[in-house]
Design a protein around this ligand. Structure first.
Ligand SMILES: [Zn+2]
Length: 282
């Protein structure tokens, strides 16, 4: 009997390494390098941790895990990624270039090493400007954008949007109310990967739609569109939430619970439940 239990645990450990790792906690790398636009929420002043870094550290440590906050994109390499369960991006631009913040860039091979790591079972979580990273030229969809599932196309002025959960039973949505009204800077997208993405939540531009023509940003003159989604990527898992421009969003308990849920899901806990959303009937 004892032998059987040991064998069972060993098998579980192979299937779900993070849940059975020695200290039991998630190991998270949070990359906030800005090769393009630098957001205030990840800007460090006098080398103190940035706003979002403090919150991420607090959340992961209270959850029993460890987090490395970094702007050094060269840490995204095959050897170093072996040390982590989940990589979180709040980044902009071509991370193989020093760019706006001048911090250490990724090696040329870094983007592919990241994708290979995810494909082999790694967890990737992107917030907000993670989709404003590694753009293609013209209509080209880069392998990174294909992976994250959508490409930042622009945003208008900030407003109170209505976030409608489309997959309430999904582990990443467990702590998000069915309808959540919150002020943020709302991205809209191109190159949405409908072949692979499971839509978890949509943004209803609400008040922006109600505004008179000429008074609203034209991009929001549409019905609800995907704002958070997930997908399987080889043996790995990818989660993206376009929210998180404003400090006040990071302060929200709902947003924070959603971060922890997404980290655990990305680390391989629970069902992937990532079958692509059915396409709307034509
Ligand atoms: Zn922003």
């Amino acid at each position: 009997m004892r032998k059987w239990i040991t064998a069972g645990l060993a098998a579980a450990a192979m299937l779900c390494p993070s849940a059975w790792s020695e200290d039991g906690g998630l190991k998270v790398l949070f990359l906030t390098k800005s090769s393009g636009f630098q957001h205030s929420v990840i800007t460090r002043e006098n080398d103190a941790p940035a706003y979002a870094e403090r919150i991420m550290t607090d959340l992961v440590e209270k959850d029993g895990g460890t987090v490395l906050n970094t702007k050094d994109a060269s840490l995204i390499n095959a050897e170093n990624l072996k040390n982590y369960d989940v990589v979180v991006f709040y980044t902009t631009g071509d991370l193989t270039q020093p760019g706006t913040d001048g911090t250490t860039p990724m090696a040329e091979t870094g983007p592919q090493e990241l994708l290979d790591w995810i494909g082999a079972g790694g967890g990737f979580v992107g917030f907000h400007c993670a989709s404003d990273t590694f753009h293609g030229e013209g209509d080209t969809v880069t392998p990174y954008i294909e992976m994250i599932g959508g490409e930042f196309a622009g945003h208008g002025p900030q407003f109170f949007g209505k976030v409608g959960v489309k997959a309430p039973e999904h582990p990443c949505m467990e702590d998000i109310p069915g309808e959540w009204k919150i002020k943020d800077e709302w991205y809209y997208f191109k190159n949405f990967n409908a072949e692979n993405n499971r839509v978890l939540a949509e943004l209803d531009p609400g008040e922006q739609v109600a505004k008179a023509e000429g008074d609203r940003h034209p991009a929001y003159a549409q019905g609800p569109y995907p704002i958070a989604w997930c997908r399987a990527y080889g043996k790995g898992r990818v989660f993206y939430n376009a929210m998180g421009h404003r400090e006040e969003v990071w302060d929200e308990e709902i947003f924070q619970k959603g971060i922890v849920d997404a980290l655990h899901w990305a680390a391989g806990e629970g069902d992937a439940d990532a079958a692509p959303s059915p396409k709307p009937a034509k």
